[in-house]
Write a protein that binds this ligand. Structure first.
Ligand code: XMP
Length: 611
């Protein structure tokens, strides 16, 4: 069935996925599109939404896209950068200035249908440097802003040309701080574009089953990589329903990067739901560890893990005589889009299910990915509908490369080039907040202004309250170059020395990490926090804390509890003192651990994982 759909053009802002999610919540299919997609792609949509961007429209940045969209007889709305594009395209003008950040009040003028059902004044969320200062013929101001404290804000916070059905909002209706953003989306998508609300999980399930049956053919079968995580388990459930149990085989690979006892538990869980016979298990931990031997660079580790998965998968298919089976994967929509070849998106990290080898297999039609169009929240909804056990559906997300991205490696040399230059600035900032701070001589991956940032973490120490830590982190990572994360020391005092440790991937280090991770997961469950925290990676960092409260010669463990809705952004979680005390008591005792800290960085600038 063809659905009415809306295109969300992703100009590289942080919130394009949030926009698509909000539209889908209305029961209307929204798809992310790239600005340079050919015009024919856009013709089939009933509406187009232009996202925000890190570029400055006033400087003409990023102006080279498929502008023929403006000639289509399809309603268009733009947010922030998208708003400025619309204003300028139709003869308005922009300035580099008028920065607004955070909550503002939108004063609505006139009675545009896009504001149907709203009050005269609405709280909205602003985040921009550029502003619209005039509009062209046929356009009018339908809203201006005032600051939350009542001071003057800006004209042209919302504009419209009702005849052409072109709208622009300087603010972000997709962000929850725009309190009635959902009504604005509804007015645009349902009333102005005329979309039917016919996209839902029941419908998706029926259509996807038909699509899988067609792709696999009457005689074909699928061999699915089953990690035991949410995505691959829901993929197994839908494939089983589409093809019947005899045509679905699954492979669980122990890559040596799983959590403590995890592979055994996955095998047991499949047996419990009656799928034990279809699940093959292979212990390939030696193969993975051999391939990763001596490797330090994070992106190389990711590539090796992705390629080794395929090598093991192919060897296993050969051994079982099922090389004709299609490869099944639980890839979800953000994985596909983020590595989808957008000119604008920087490669923050390569997902293991999108290494070039797999791209080639996809091009040859050899891969089935039943969830490739869904977001995590939708996968969970589908999982519940398919009767996948509740605990499994609500497991914390676990990355495909497993503990591989949480076990950092180092050649043992100090990686602190250029850090002297920021020492004074860091010391002054720390003093201002009444805490101690020192830069760590290693790096981790982060994301700043939509670009990959491979920079240094800062260790904070002191009795500061949570808000002070968050504020200090925000100032340090925004104002001091080369720093992308802050961690808060849980040891009794600031270490007298921090020494890089020469360390690559090996079983001993992974066992230390597994043990610490098991302690963290157990503490979250015992304190009733597992369901409240979205994800909580535990990371092994090759740095020895001398006087860090742990074992001499050991490394640093960092705990990273976050809240997130869609993993594109995240906020750190303030774990209660009793939990921290538990972690301190148990983890600092472990052989191989010299220090313990909790990551207090949001995403951006820190990614959720450290690599
Ligand atoms: P980051 O670290 O980019 O992570 O903030 C966002 C979310 O994605 C998960 N993640 C992965 N999941 N394959 C996956 O299936 C991967 O290669 C991968 N890398 C990160 C991460 O755990 C978090 O939930």
């Amino acid at each position: 069935m063809q659905h009415d759909a809306v295109a969300v053009i992703d100009f590289g802002g942080q919130y394009a996925h949030l926009i698509a999610n909000k539209v889908r919540r209305l029961g209307v299919l929204a798809e992310i599109r790239q600005p340079e997609d050919p015009i024919e792609v856009f013709e089939r949509y009933k509406g187009i939404i232009l996202s925000g961007s890190p570029s400055f429209a006033s400087q003409g940045e990023d102006s080279d896209y498929t502008r023929a969209i403006f000639d289509l007889d399809i309603p268009i709305v733009g947010f922030c950068f998208g708003h400025q594009q619309i204003a300028e395209h139709y003869g308005g003008s922009l300035v580099h200035g008028g920065r607004e950040w955070g909550k503002a009040m939108l004063h609505i003028v006139g009675d545009s249908p896009i504001f149907k059902g709203l009050g005269e004044v609405e709280q909205v969320f602003m985040s921009h440097y550029d502003s619209v200062v005039s509009v062209g013929p046929g356009f009018e101001e339908i809203g201006f802003s005032k600051k939350a404290d009542g001071q003057d804000g800006h004209r042209f916070a919302a504009i419209a040309n009702e005849e052409l059905k072109r709208y622009g909002f300087q603010y972000h209706p997709e962000v929850d701080d725009t309190l009635n953003g959902e009504t604005m989306f509804r007015n645009f998508v349902i009333d102005i574009c005329g979309c039917s609300q016919d996209w839902n999980m029941e419908g998706f399930l029926d259509e996807e089953i038909a699509r899988i049956q067609q792709q696999v053919g009457a005689d074909g079968s699928v061999f699915l990589l089953a990690s035991g995580g949410v995505d691959s388990t829901v993929a197994a459930a839908i494939l089983g329903k589409a093809l019947g149990p005899e045509r679905l085989l699954m492979l669980h690979i122990d890559n040596g990067l799983m959590r403590k006892n995890e592979s055994a538990e996955v095998v047991e869980a499949f047996e419990e739901v009656g799928l034990g016979k279809q699940l093959h298990f292979v212990d390939a931990s030696e193969v993975f560890l051999e391939a990763l031997k001596g490797v330090i660079e994070p992106e190389r580790k990711r590539a090796i893990i992705g390629n080794t998965f395929i090598a093991v998968f192919e060897a296993e298919a050969k051994r079982l005589g099922i090389e004709d089976h299609l490869l099944g994967q639980g890839t979800i929509y953000p994985d596909t889009i983020e590595t989808g070849g957008s000119k604008r998106a920087d490669t923050i990290k390569t997902h293991h299910n999108r290494v070039p080898l797999i791209d080639e297999m996809i091009a040859a039609g050899k891969v089935v990915e039943p969830l490739a169009d869904l977001y995590k929240v939708e996968v969970r909804e589908l999982g519940e509908k398919l009767g996948v056990p509740h605990d499994l559906v609500w497991r914390h997300p676990f990355p495909g490369p497993g503990l591989g991205v949480r076990c950092l490696c180092s050649d043992g040399k100090r990686d602190d080039e250029g850090l002297d230059a920021v020492a004074d600035q860091l010391a002054q900032t720390a003093e201002h907040f009444g805490i101690g701070a020192q830069v760590l001589p290693i790096r981790s991956v982060g994301v700043k202004a939509d670009l990959r940032a491979y920079e240094h973490p800062v260790l904070l120490h002191g009795d500061a309250d949570w808000n002070t830590l968050i504020e200090a982190t925000s100032v340090i990572t925004a104002d001091i170059p080369g720093l992308n994360r802050c961690i808060w020391n849980l040891g009794p005092e600031m270490p007298s020395e921090v020494r890089p440790v020469k360390a690559t991937m090996n079983r001993r280090r992974l066992d230390v990490l597994r043990e610490a991770d098991a302690i963290v997961m157990d503490a979250l469950r015992r304190h009733g926090l597992y369901a409240k925290v979205w994800q909580c990676p535990t990371v092994l960092v090759p740095i020895e804390f001398v006087g860090g409260g742990g074992q001499p010669g050991g490394e640093l463990i960092v705990v990273r509890p976050v809240h997130s809705a869609r993993a594109m952004t995240a906020t750190p979680v303030d774990l209660p003192g009793a939990v921290l005390a538990d972690l301190r008591r148990q983890i600092l005792k472990l052989d191989g651990v010299s220090g313990l800290a909790v990551d207090v960085t949001s995403k951006p600038p820190g990614t959720i994982e450290w690599e």
